[in-house]
Design a protein around this ligand. Sequence first.
Ligand code: HEM
Length: 534
Amino acid sequence: TIRCQSTSTDGPKTRNLLDNASNLLTNFLSGGNLGSMPVAEGAVSDLFGRPLFLALYDWFLEHGSVYKLAFGPKAFVVVSDPIVARHILRENAFSYDKGVLADILEPIMGKGLIPADLDTWKPRRRVISPGFHALYLESMVKVFTNCSGRTISKFEELLERKGLQGGEAIELNLEAEFSSLALDIIGLGVFNYDFGSVTKESPIIKAVYGTLFEAEHRSTFYVPYWKFPLARWLVPRQRKFQKDLKDINDCLDGLIRNAKETRQETDVEKLQQRDYSNLKDGSLLRFLVDMRGADVDDRQLRDDLMTMLIAGHETTAAVLTWAVFLLSQSPSKMKKAQAEIDSVLGQGRPTFDSLKKLEYIRLIVVETLRLFPQPPLLIRRTLKSDSLPGGHKGDKDGYAIPAGTDIFISVYNLHRSPYFWDNPDEFEPERFLAQRQSEGIEGWAGFDPSRSPGALYPNEIISDFAFLPFGGGPRKCIGDQFALMESTVALAMLLQKFDVELKGPPESVEQVTGATIHTKNGLWCKVKKRSDVH
Ligand code: HEM
Protein backbone atom coordinates (compact mmCIF):
# COMPACT_ATOMS: atom_id res chain seq x y z
CA THR A 1 0.00 0.00 0.00
CA ILE A 2 0.99 3.59 -0.53
CA ARG A 3 0.51 5.89 2.44
CA CYS A 4 0.81 9.58 2.61
CA GLN A 5 2.12 11.07 5.82
CA SER A 6 -0.37 13.15 7.72
CA THR A 7 0.14 15.63 10.54
CA SER A 8 -3.58 16.20 10.82
CA THR A 9 -4.84 17.21 14.27
CA ASP A 10 -8.49 16.50 13.69
CA GLY A 11 -8.16 12.74 13.16
CA PRO A 12 -8.26 10.15 15.93
CA LYS A 13 -5.36 10.18 18.36
CA THR A 14 -4.23 6.73 17.35
CA ARG A 15 -3.79 7.89 13.78
CA ASN A 16 -1.52 10.72 14.95
CA LEU A 17 0.50 8.30 17.01
CA LEU A 18 0.86 6.00 14.04
CA ASP A 19 1.80 8.91 11.84
CA ASN A 20 4.42 10.10 14.29
CA ALA A 21 5.85 6.60 14.49
CA SER A 22 5.88 6.48 10.71
CA ASN A 23 7.69 9.86 10.66
CA LEU A 24 10.38 8.60 12.99
CA LEU A 25 10.78 5.38 11.03
CA THR A 26 10.89 7.30 7.78
CA ASN A 27 13.63 9.60 9.02
CA PHE A 28 15.53 6.68 10.46
CA LEU A 29 15.31 4.65 7.25
CA SER A 30 16.20 7.52 4.99
CA GLY A 31 19.41 7.92 6.95
CA GLY A 32 18.75 11.09 8.89
CA ASN A 33 16.75 14.17 9.32
CA LEU A 34 15.56 16.11 6.30
CA GLY A 35 15.54 19.22 8.46
CA SER A 36 12.71 21.61 8.13
CA MET A 37 11.57 20.29 4.77
CA PRO A 38 7.77 20.51 4.44
CA VAL A 39 5.98 17.19 4.58
CA ALA A 40 3.14 16.51 2.17
CA GLU A 41 -0.13 15.90 3.91
CA GLY A 42 -2.93 14.21 2.16
CA ALA A 43 -5.47 11.49 2.20
CA VAL A 44 -4.62 8.06 0.89
CA SER A 45 -7.48 8.55 -1.55
CA ASP A 46 -5.41 11.31 -3.24
CA LEU A 47 -3.13 8.61 -4.54
CA PHE A 48 -5.70 6.22 -5.86
CA GLY A 49 -7.73 6.46 -8.99
CA ARG A 50 -5.36 8.94 -10.61
CA PRO A 51 -1.71 9.02 -11.56
CA LEU A 52 0.85 9.78 -8.84
CA PHE A 53 2.32 12.73 -10.73
CA LEU A 54 -1.02 14.60 -10.56
CA ALA A 55 -1.12 14.22 -6.76
CA LEU A 56 2.48 15.47 -6.60
CA TYR A 57 1.38 18.59 -8.49
CA ASP A 58 -1.33 19.48 -5.95
CA TRP A 59 1.15 19.03 -3.09
CA PHE A 60 3.70 21.19 -4.94
CA LEU A 61 1.22 24.07 -5.01
CA GLU A 62 0.52 23.51 -1.32
CA HIS A 63 3.98 22.76 0.10
CA GLY A 64 6.41 24.42 -2.27
CA SER A 65 9.06 23.27 -4.66
CA VAL A 66 10.94 20.88 -2.33
CA TYR A 67 8.91 18.67 -0.02
CA LYS A 68 8.94 15.24 1.50
CA LEU A 69 6.47 12.45 0.87
CA ALA A 70 6.33 9.09 2.61
CA PHE A 71 5.43 5.82 0.97
CA GLY A 72 4.91 3.43 3.84
CA PRO A 73 8.27 3.32 5.55
CA LYS A 74 10.08 5.03 2.69
CA ALA A 75 10.52 8.78 2.17
CA PHE A 76 10.85 10.55 -1.17
CA VAL A 77 11.94 14.13 -1.71
CA VAL A 78 9.90 15.78 -4.46
CA VAL A 79 11.67 18.55 -6.39
CA SER A 80 9.82 21.01 -8.64
CA ASP A 81 12.36 23.82 -8.95
CA PRO A 82 14.78 24.50 -11.84
CA ILE A 83 17.69 25.57 -9.61
CA VAL A 84 17.45 22.41 -7.51
CA ALA A 85 16.88 20.21 -10.60
CA ARG A 86 19.95 21.76 -12.26
CA HIS A 87 22.01 20.98 -9.16
CA ILE A 88 20.96 17.32 -9.09
CA LEU A 89 21.07 16.66 -12.82
CA ARG A 90 24.08 18.71 -13.85
CA GLU A 91 26.14 20.42 -11.16
CA ASN A 92 26.40 17.48 -8.79
CA ALA A 93 25.24 14.74 -11.16
CA PHE A 94 27.83 12.19 -10.11
CA SER A 95 26.60 12.16 -6.52
CA TYR A 96 23.40 10.48 -7.71
CA ASP A 97 22.36 7.25 -9.38
CA LYS A 98 19.01 6.02 -10.71
CA GLY A 99 17.90 4.40 -7.41
CA VAL A 100 14.46 2.81 -7.60
CA LEU A 101 14.38 3.11 -11.38
CA ALA A 102 17.54 1.02 -11.75
CA ASP A 103 16.06 -1.63 -9.42
CA ILE A 104 13.03 -1.89 -11.70
CA LEU A 105 14.73 -1.71 -15.07
CA GLU A 106 17.86 -3.73 -14.45
CA PRO A 107 16.19 -7.13 -15.11
CA ILE A 108 15.05 -5.82 -18.52
CA MET A 109 17.79 -3.46 -19.65
CA GLY A 110 20.69 -5.10 -17.79
CA LYS A 111 23.56 -2.62 -17.76
CA GLY A 112 22.11 -0.45 -20.53
CA LEU A 113 22.60 3.32 -20.31
CA ILE A 114 19.40 4.23 -18.46
CA PRO A 115 19.76 2.05 -15.34
CA ALA A 116 23.58 1.72 -15.50
CA ASP A 117 25.73 2.50 -12.47
CA LEU A 118 28.23 5.32 -13.05
CA ASP A 119 31.23 3.05 -13.68
CA THR A 120 29.41 1.14 -16.42
CA TRP A 121 27.70 4.23 -17.78
CA LYS A 122 30.75 6.44 -18.38
CA PRO A 123 32.60 4.39 -21.05
CA ARG A 124 29.35 3.27 -22.76
CA ARG A 125 28.03 6.81 -23.09
CA ARG A 126 31.37 7.80 -24.64
CA VAL A 127 31.02 5.01 -27.23
CA ILE A 128 27.32 5.42 -28.06
CA SER A 129 27.00 9.21 -28.06
CA PRO A 130 29.01 9.80 -31.28
CA GLY A 131 26.61 7.43 -33.07
CA PHE A 132 23.92 10.14 -32.96
CA HIS A 133 25.97 12.63 -34.99
CA ALA A 134 24.37 15.11 -37.39
CA LEU A 135 24.78 13.01 -40.56
CA TYR A 136 23.27 9.94 -38.93
CA LEU A 137 20.26 12.05 -37.93
CA GLU A 138 20.03 13.48 -41.42
CA SER A 139 20.02 9.97 -42.90
CA MET A 140 17.30 8.95 -40.41
CA VAL A 141 14.82 11.44 -41.92
CA LYS A 142 14.34 8.94 -44.79
CA VAL A 143 13.51 6.20 -42.28
CA PHE A 144 11.02 8.55 -40.59
CA THR A 145 9.33 9.47 -43.88
CA ASN A 146 9.26 5.87 -45.19
CA CYS A 147 7.71 4.50 -42.01
CA SER A 148 5.23 7.39 -41.69
CA GLY A 149 4.38 6.80 -45.38
CA ARG A 150 3.39 3.21 -44.53
CA THR A 151 1.04 4.42 -41.79
CA ILE A 152 -0.50 6.96 -44.18
CA SER A 153 -0.98 4.32 -46.89
CA LYS A 154 -2.69 2.09 -44.37
CA PHE A 155 -5.12 4.90 -43.43
CA GLU A 156 -5.74 5.68 -47.11
CA GLU A 157 -6.59 2.07 -47.83
CA LEU A 158 -8.97 1.92 -44.88
CA LEU A 159 -10.59 5.17 -46.05
CA GLU A 160 -10.96 3.83 -49.56
CA ARG A 161 -12.71 0.73 -48.26
CA LYS A 162 -14.93 2.91 -46.09
CA GLY A 163 -15.68 5.13 -49.11
CA LEU A 164 -16.97 2.13 -51.02
CA GLN A 165 -19.47 1.64 -48.20
CA GLY A 166 -20.54 5.29 -48.39
CA GLY A 167 -18.61 6.62 -45.36
CA GLU A 168 -15.98 9.33 -45.35
CA ALA A 169 -14.28 8.94 -41.95
CA ILE A 170 -12.67 5.98 -40.23
CA GLU A 171 -12.44 5.49 -36.49
CA LEU A 172 -8.96 4.64 -35.29
CA ASN A 173 -7.14 4.32 -32.01
CA LEU A 174 -4.30 6.64 -32.97
CA GLU A 175 -2.32 5.81 -29.84
CA ALA A 176 -2.00 2.21 -31.03
CA GLU A 177 -1.12 3.36 -34.57
CA PHE A 178 1.61 5.69 -33.26
CA SER A 179 2.95 2.92 -31.09
CA SER A 180 3.39 0.68 -34.15
CA LEU A 181 4.93 3.50 -36.15
CA ALA A 182 7.44 4.37 -33.41
CA LEU A 183 8.37 0.70 -32.99
CA ASP A 184 9.10 0.33 -36.69
CA ILE A 185 11.21 3.50 -36.68
CA ILE A 186 13.27 2.57 -33.63
CA GLY A 187 13.87 -0.95 -34.97
CA LEU A 188 15.19 0.35 -38.28
CA GLY A 189 17.09 3.32 -36.84
CA VAL A 190 18.83 1.48 -34.04
CA PHE A 191 19.45 -2.00 -35.47
CA ASN A 192 18.14 -2.03 -39.04
CA TYR A 193 15.37 -4.49 -38.17
CA ASP A 194 11.99 -4.00 -39.74
CA PHE A 195 9.33 -4.99 -37.23
CA GLY A 196 6.72 -4.10 -39.89
CA SER A 197 4.29 -3.63 -37.02
CA VAL A 198 2.17 -1.04 -38.86
CA THR A 199 0.89 -3.79 -41.11
CA LYS A 200 1.34 -7.09 -39.30
CA GLU A 201 1.56 -8.85 -35.97
CA SER A 202 4.41 -11.16 -35.09
CA PRO A 203 5.60 -13.08 -32.01
CA ILE A 204 8.54 -10.71 -31.56
CA ILE A 205 6.26 -7.64 -31.61
CA LYS A 206 4.05 -9.29 -29.01
CA ALA A 207 7.13 -10.02 -26.91
CA VAL A 208 8.25 -6.37 -27.13
CA TYR A 209 4.81 -5.17 -26.00
CA GLY A 210 4.72 -7.80 -23.25
CA THR A 211 8.08 -6.60 -21.93
CA LEU A 212 7.06 -2.95 -22.05
CA PHE A 213 3.86 -3.82 -20.24
CA GLU A 214 5.82 -5.58 -17.50
CA ALA A 215 8.27 -2.64 -17.20
CA GLU A 216 5.27 -0.36 -16.65
CA HIS A 217 3.69 -2.76 -14.17
CA ARG A 218 6.93 -2.87 -12.18
CA SER A 219 7.31 0.88 -12.19
CA THR A 220 3.93 1.29 -10.48
CA PHE A 221 4.07 -1.74 -8.17
CA TYR A 222 5.65 -0.87 -4.86
CA VAL A 223 6.71 -4.34 -3.61
CA PRO A 224 9.25 -5.93 -5.98
CA TYR A 225 7.71 -9.39 -5.66
CA TRP A 226 9.41 -10.45 -8.90
CA LYS A 227 12.69 -10.54 -6.97
CA PHE A 228 11.47 -13.24 -4.61
CA PRO A 229 13.06 -16.61 -5.25
CA LEU A 230 10.92 -18.80 -7.52
CA ALA A 231 8.64 -15.87 -8.53
CA ARG A 232 9.87 -16.15 -12.10
CA TRP A 233 8.65 -19.74 -12.25
CA LEU A 234 5.59 -19.60 -10.02
CA VAL A 235 3.88 -16.34 -11.04
CA PRO A 236 2.32 -16.78 -14.51
CA ARG A 237 2.93 -13.16 -15.61
CA GLN A 238 6.57 -13.48 -14.54
CA ARG A 239 6.91 -16.73 -16.52
CA LYS A 240 5.49 -14.96 -19.56
CA PHE A 241 7.85 -12.05 -18.99
CA GLN A 242 10.90 -14.37 -18.90
CA LYS A 243 9.75 -15.96 -22.17
CA ASP A 244 9.19 -12.55 -23.84
CA LEU A 245 12.58 -11.38 -22.70
CA LYS A 246 14.26 -14.50 -24.06
CA ASP A 247 12.54 -14.06 -27.46
CA ILE A 248 13.71 -10.45 -27.77
CA ASN A 249 17.20 -11.24 -26.53
CA ASP A 250 17.48 -14.08 -29.07
CA CYS A 251 16.39 -11.66 -31.81
CA LEU A 252 18.89 -8.99 -30.70
CA ASP A 253 21.69 -11.58 -30.35
CA GLY A 254 21.00 -12.69 -33.93
CA LEU A 255 21.20 -9.11 -35.18
CA ILE A 256 24.47 -8.50 -33.34
CA ARG A 257 25.95 -11.74 -34.72
CA ASN A 258 24.87 -10.77 -38.22
CA ALA A 259 26.30 -7.24 -37.87
CA LYS A 260 29.64 -8.65 -36.77
CA GLU A 261 29.76 -11.29 -39.52
CA THR A 262 28.91 -8.79 -42.27
CA ARG A 263 31.33 -6.10 -41.19
CA GLN A 264 32.94 -4.74 -44.38
CA GLU A 265 35.95 -2.47 -44.61
CA THR A 266 34.31 -0.34 -47.35
CA ASP A 267 31.39 0.38 -45.06
CA VAL A 268 33.75 1.20 -42.22
CA GLU A 269 35.48 3.76 -44.46
CA LYS A 270 32.13 5.30 -45.41
CA LEU A 271 31.14 5.47 -41.75
CA GLN A 272 34.48 7.01 -40.82
CA GLN A 273 33.85 9.69 -43.40
CA ARG A 274 30.24 9.90 -42.19
CA ASP A 275 29.13 9.10 -45.75
CA TYR A 276 25.62 7.74 -45.36
CA SER A 277 24.54 8.31 -48.95
CA ASN A 278 25.42 4.84 -50.26
CA LEU A 279 25.22 2.79 -47.12
CA LYS A 280 22.64 0.01 -47.14
CA ASP A 281 22.55 -0.14 -43.37
CA GLY A 282 23.16 3.15 -41.58
CA SER A 283 21.81 1.96 -38.23
CA LEU A 284 23.35 2.68 -34.87
CA LEU A 285 24.25 -1.00 -34.42
CA ARG A 286 26.21 -0.91 -37.67
CA PHE A 287 28.05 2.17 -36.40
CA LEU A 288 28.82 0.59 -33.03
CA VAL A 289 30.07 -2.67 -34.55
CA ASP A 290 31.92 -1.15 -37.51
CA MET A 291 33.62 1.62 -35.63
CA ARG A 292 34.56 -0.48 -32.62
CA GLY A 293 35.43 -3.70 -34.46
CA ALA A 294 34.91 -7.13 -32.97
CA ASP A 295 36.00 -6.09 -29.48
CA VAL A 296 32.51 -5.01 -28.38
CA ASP A 297 31.12 -7.14 -25.60
CA ASP A 298 27.96 -8.79 -27.02
CA ARG A 299 26.11 -8.75 -23.72
CA GLN A 300 26.73 -5.02 -23.22
CA LEU A 301 25.72 -4.29 -26.81
CA ARG A 302 22.49 -6.23 -26.34
CA ASP A 303 21.70 -4.30 -23.14
CA ASP A 304 22.30 -1.02 -24.99
CA LEU A 305 20.05 -2.00 -27.90
CA MET A 306 17.29 -3.18 -25.57
CA THR A 307 17.53 0.11 -23.65
CA MET A 308 17.20 2.19 -26.79
CA LEU A 309 14.35 0.05 -28.08
CA ILE A 310 12.36 0.70 -24.92
CA ALA A 311 13.50 4.30 -24.33
CA GLY A 312 12.78 5.40 -27.88
CA HIS A 313 9.49 3.67 -28.51
CA GLU A 314 6.66 4.53 -26.10
CA THR A 315 8.08 8.00 -25.44
CA THR A 316 7.78 9.12 -29.06
CA ALA A 317 4.43 7.39 -29.50
CA ALA A 318 3.17 9.34 -26.46
CA VAL A 319 4.31 12.67 -27.92
CA LEU A 320 2.36 12.02 -31.13
CA THR A 321 -0.69 10.84 -29.18
CA TRP A 322 -0.88 13.93 -26.96
CA ALA A 323 -0.04 16.30 -29.83
CA VAL A 324 -3.12 15.04 -31.70
CA PHE A 325 -5.17 15.18 -28.50
CA LEU A 326 -4.23 18.84 -27.97
CA LEU A 327 -4.59 19.89 -31.60
CA SER A 328 -7.97 18.25 -31.97
CA GLN A 329 -9.30 20.59 -29.28
CA SER A 330 -7.89 23.64 -30.98
CA PRO A 331 -9.16 23.82 -34.58
CA SER A 332 -7.47 27.17 -35.27
CA LYS A 333 -4.06 25.76 -34.30
CA MET A 334 -4.74 22.65 -36.37
CA LYS A 335 -5.48 24.89 -39.40
CA LYS A 336 -2.37 26.98 -38.74
CA ALA A 337 -0.27 23.79 -38.63
CA GLN A 338 -1.79 22.51 -41.88
CA ALA A 339 -1.24 25.87 -43.57
CA GLU A 340 2.45 25.73 -42.65
CA ILE A 341 2.76 22.15 -43.91
CA ASP A 342 1.06 23.07 -47.22
CA SER A 343 3.31 26.05 -47.76
CA VAL A 344 6.57 24.26 -46.84
CA LEU A 345 5.91 20.77 -48.23
CA GLY A 346 3.06 21.10 -50.72
CA GLN A 347 2.35 17.46 -51.52
CA GLY A 348 6.01 16.44 -51.04
CA ARG A 349 7.65 14.60 -48.17
CA PRO A 350 9.66 16.33 -45.42
CA THR A 351 13.45 16.43 -45.80
CA PHE A 352 16.16 17.36 -43.34
CA ASP A 353 16.16 20.89 -44.77
CA SER A 354 12.42 21.34 -44.75
CA LEU A 355 12.30 20.45 -41.05
CA LYS A 356 14.04 23.75 -40.42
CA LYS A 357 11.11 25.54 -42.05
CA LEU A 358 8.39 23.62 -40.19
CA GLU A 359 8.69 25.91 -37.21
CA TYR A 360 5.11 25.71 -35.98
CA ILE A 361 5.10 21.89 -36.10
CA ARG A 362 8.34 21.85 -34.10
CA LEU A 363 6.81 24.18 -31.52
CA ILE A 364 3.71 21.93 -31.30
CA VAL A 365 6.00 18.99 -30.54
CA VAL A 366 7.84 20.81 -27.73
CA GLU A 367 4.67 22.34 -26.31
CA THR A 368 3.21 18.82 -26.18
CA LEU A 369 6.31 17.68 -24.29
CA ARG A 370 5.85 20.59 -21.89
CA LEU A 371 2.28 19.61 -21.06
CA PHE A 372 2.85 15.84 -21.22
CA PRO A 373 6.50 15.17 -20.33
CA GLN A 374 7.66 11.58 -20.90
CA PRO A 375 8.39 10.42 -18.25
CA PRO A 376 6.67 12.92 -15.93
CA LEU A 377 9.08 12.12 -13.07
CA LEU A 378 12.86 11.64 -13.08
CA ILE A 379 14.18 9.37 -10.36
CA ARG A 380 17.46 9.66 -8.46
CA ARG A 381 19.10 8.42 -5.24
CA THR A 382 21.96 10.17 -3.42
CA LEU A 383 25.17 8.13 -3.41
CA LYS A 384 26.60 10.41 -0.71
CA SER A 385 25.15 13.18 1.41
CA ASP A 386 24.48 16.41 -0.43
CA SER A 387 23.27 19.95 0.14
CA LEU A 388 20.41 20.96 -2.10
CA PRO A 389 20.55 24.64 -3.01
CA GLY A 390 17.68 26.93 -2.13
CA GLY A 391 14.89 27.11 -4.67
CA HIS A 392 13.11 30.15 -6.00
CA LYS A 393 10.47 30.42 -3.31
CA GLY A 394 10.10 29.79 0.41
CA ASP A 395 12.93 27.31 0.82
CA LYS A 396 15.74 29.72 -0.03
CA ASP A 397 18.23 28.14 2.39
CA GLY A 398 18.19 24.69 0.84
CA TYR A 399 18.36 21.34 2.62
CA ALA A 400 20.98 18.82 3.68
CA ILE A 401 20.05 15.35 2.47
CA PRO A 402 21.70 12.12 3.62
CA ALA A 403 23.12 9.38 1.41
CA GLY A 404 20.45 6.98 0.20
CA THR A 405 17.71 9.64 -0.13
CA ASP A 406 15.27 8.86 -2.94
CA ILE A 407 14.28 11.81 -5.11
CA PHE A 408 11.57 12.51 -7.67
CA ILE A 409 12.31 15.47 -9.92
CA SER A 410 8.84 16.31 -11.14
CA VAL A 411 9.26 17.47 -14.71
CA TYR A 412 5.48 17.72 -14.88
CA ASN A 413 5.47 20.25 -12.01
CA LEU A 414 8.33 22.24 -13.51
CA HIS A 415 6.59 22.38 -16.89
CA ARG A 416 3.30 23.53 -15.40
CA SER A 417 4.76 25.72 -12.68
CA PRO A 418 2.80 28.99 -12.32
CA TYR A 419 6.10 30.61 -11.22
CA PHE A 420 7.73 30.14 -14.62
CA TRP A 421 4.98 29.92 -17.22
CA ASP A 422 2.06 32.16 -18.15
CA ASN A 423 -1.20 30.18 -18.42
CA PRO A 424 0.74 27.00 -17.60
CA ASP A 425 -2.09 24.59 -18.43
CA GLU A 426 -2.90 26.13 -21.82
CA PHE A 427 -1.69 24.66 -25.11
CA GLU A 428 0.15 27.61 -26.67
CA PRO A 429 2.96 26.50 -29.00
CA GLU A 430 3.71 30.17 -29.72
CA ARG A 431 4.82 30.72 -26.11
CA PHE A 432 8.33 29.54 -26.95
CA LEU A 433 8.75 32.50 -29.27
CA ALA A 434 8.18 34.93 -26.43
CA GLN A 435 9.43 33.34 -23.23
CA ARG A 436 9.59 35.28 -20.02
CA GLN A 437 12.87 36.38 -18.51
CA SER A 438 13.80 35.52 -14.94
CA GLU A 439 11.98 38.46 -13.36
CA GLY A 440 14.63 38.61 -10.68
CA ILE A 441 14.50 35.02 -9.43
CA GLU A 442 17.84 34.59 -7.72
CA GLY A 443 19.95 31.76 -9.10
CA TRP A 444 17.78 31.18 -12.19
CA ALA A 445 18.89 32.73 -15.45
CA GLY A 446 15.45 32.74 -17.10
CA PHE A 447 14.70 31.97 -20.75
CA ASP A 448 17.26 32.99 -23.32
CA PRO A 449 17.42 31.34 -26.77
CA SER A 450 20.87 32.85 -27.38
CA ARG A 451 22.30 30.37 -24.86
CA SER A 452 21.78 27.55 -27.37
CA PRO A 453 22.46 29.10 -30.77
CA GLY A 454 21.33 27.06 -33.76
CA ALA A 455 19.13 24.72 -31.69
CA LEU A 456 16.11 23.71 -33.76
CA TYR A 457 14.04 23.01 -30.65
CA PRO A 458 13.84 24.83 -27.28
CA ASN A 459 15.74 22.90 -24.60
CA GLU A 460 16.85 22.91 -20.96
CA ILE A 461 19.79 25.23 -21.67
CA ILE A 462 17.59 27.96 -23.14
CA SER A 463 15.22 27.75 -20.15
CA ASP A 464 17.91 27.22 -17.47
CA PHE A 465 16.23 23.94 -16.42
CA ALA A 466 12.62 25.17 -16.29
CA PHE A 467 11.90 23.09 -19.44
CA LEU A 468 13.39 19.60 -19.20
CA PRO A 469 11.74 17.32 -21.78
CA PHE A 470 14.87 15.20 -22.14
CA GLY A 471 16.40 15.68 -18.70
CA GLY A 472 19.71 17.53 -18.49
CA GLY A 473 23.36 17.22 -17.55
CA PRO A 474 25.49 14.18 -18.36
CA ARG A 475 22.58 11.71 -18.31
CA LYS A 476 20.40 13.70 -20.64
CA CYS A 477 18.56 11.68 -23.28
CA ILE A 478 20.89 10.50 -26.01
CA GLY A 479 18.09 10.29 -28.60
CA ASP A 480 16.56 13.76 -28.12
CA GLN A 481 17.17 15.08 -31.65
CA PHE A 482 16.22 11.72 -33.18
CA ALA A 483 12.90 11.79 -31.30
CA LEU A 484 12.12 15.44 -32.03
CA MET A 485 12.77 15.08 -35.74
CA GLU A 486 10.84 11.81 -35.87
CA SER A 487 7.81 13.39 -34.17
CA THR A 488 7.94 16.45 -36.42
CA VAL A 489 8.07 14.32 -39.59
CA ALA A 490 5.28 11.96 -38.49
CA LEU A 491 2.97 14.75 -37.34
CA ALA A 492 3.57 16.81 -40.50
CA MET A 493 2.87 13.85 -42.77
CA LEU A 494 -0.31 12.93 -40.90
CA LEU A 495 -1.76 16.46 -40.95
CA GLN A 496 -0.71 16.95 -44.57
CA LYS A 497 -3.23 14.29 -45.61
CA PHE A 498 -5.89 14.03 -42.94
CA ASP A 499 -8.29 15.91 -40.72
CA VAL A 500 -8.46 14.40 -37.26
CA GLU A 501 -11.16 14.79 -34.61
CA LEU A 502 -11.61 13.14 -31.24
CA LYS A 503 -14.37 10.55 -31.30
CA GLY A 504 -15.67 11.41 -27.82
CA PRO A 505 -15.31 14.34 -25.42
CA PRO A 506 -11.72 15.18 -24.33
CA GLU A 507 -12.60 14.37 -20.68
CA SER A 508 -13.18 10.76 -21.69
CA VAL A 509 -9.48 10.44 -22.60
CA GLU A 510 -8.12 9.62 -19.16
CA GLN A 511 -4.41 9.68 -18.34
CA VAL A 512 -2.65 6.68 -16.85
CA THR A 513 1.03 6.22 -16.20
CA GLY A 514 3.67 3.62 -16.19
CA ALA A 515 6.92 4.91 -17.54
CA THR A 516 5.10 7.37 -19.81
CA ILE A 517 1.75 9.12 -19.70
CA HIS A 518 -0.73 7.29 -21.87
CA THR A 519 -4.47 7.08 -22.27
CA LYS A 520 -6.64 4.68 -20.34
CA ASN A 521 -8.61 3.31 -23.30
CA GLY A 522 -6.81 4.58 -26.38
CA LEU A 523 -6.98 7.82 -28.35
CA TRP A 524 -10.05 7.10 -30.47
CA CYS A 525 -10.32 9.55 -33.34
CA LYS A 526 -12.29 10.13 -36.53
CA VAL A 527 -9.85 10.40 -39.39
CA LYS A 528 -10.82 11.61 -42.85
CA LYS A 529 -9.14 12.92 -45.98
CA ARG A 530 -8.55 16.66 -45.86
CA SER A 531 -11.26 18.39 -47.84
CA ASP A 532 -9.21 21.55 -48.47
CA VAL A 533 -6.37 19.91 -50.48
CA HIS A 534 -6.61 17.90 -53.68
C1 HEM B 1 17.31 9.20 -21.29
C2 HEM B 1 13.14 11.33 -22.61
C3 HEM B 1 13.48 9.29 -27.00
C4 HEM B 1 17.42 6.91 -25.57
C5 HEM B 1 16.17 9.99 -21.30
C6 HEM B 1 15.79 10.91 -20.25
C7 HEM B 1 14.62 11.48 -20.61
C8 HEM B 1 14.27 10.96 -21.91
C9 HEM B 1 13.81 12.49 -19.82
C10 HEM B 1 16.59 11.20 -18.98
C11 HEM B 1 16.26 10.20 -17.91
C12 HEM B 1 16.89 10.55 -16.58
O1 HEM B 1 17.60 11.55 -16.44
O2 HEM B 1 16.64 9.78 -15.64
C13 HEM B 1 12.87 10.93 -23.90
C14 HEM B 1 11.73 11.38 -24.67
C15 HEM B 1 11.82 10.80 -25.90
C16 HEM B 1 13.02 10.00 -25.91
C17 HEM B 1 10.66 12.34 -24.16
C18 HEM B 1 10.90 10.92 -27.07
C19 HEM B 1 10.12 11.96 -27.30
C20 HEM B 1 14.61 8.53 -27.01
C21 HEM B 1 15.12 7.83 -28.17
C22 HEM B 1 16.22 7.14 -27.76
C23 HEM B 1 16.42 7.43 -26.35
C24 HEM B 1 14.50 7.88 -29.57
C25 HEM B 1 17.16 6.27 -28.56
C26 HEM B 1 17.19 6.15 -29.84
C27 HEM B 1 17.70 7.31 -24.28
C28 HEM B 1 18.83 6.80 -23.51
C29 HEM B 1 18.81 7.48 -22.27
C30 HEM B 1 17.65 8.36 -22.31
C31 HEM B 1 19.83 5.75 -23.97
C32 HEM B 1 19.80 7.31 -21.13
C33 HEM B 1 20.92 8.31 -21.29
C34 HEM B 1 22.01 8.17 -20.25
O3 HEM B 1 21.73 7.86 -19.07
O4 HEM B 1 23.16 8.38 -20.63
N1 HEM B 1 15.24 10.06 -22.31
N2 HEM B 1 13.62 10.09 -24.67
N3 HEM B 1 15.42 8.27 -25.94
N4 HEM B 1 17.01 8.23 -23.54
FE1 HEM B 1 15.39 9.23 -24.14
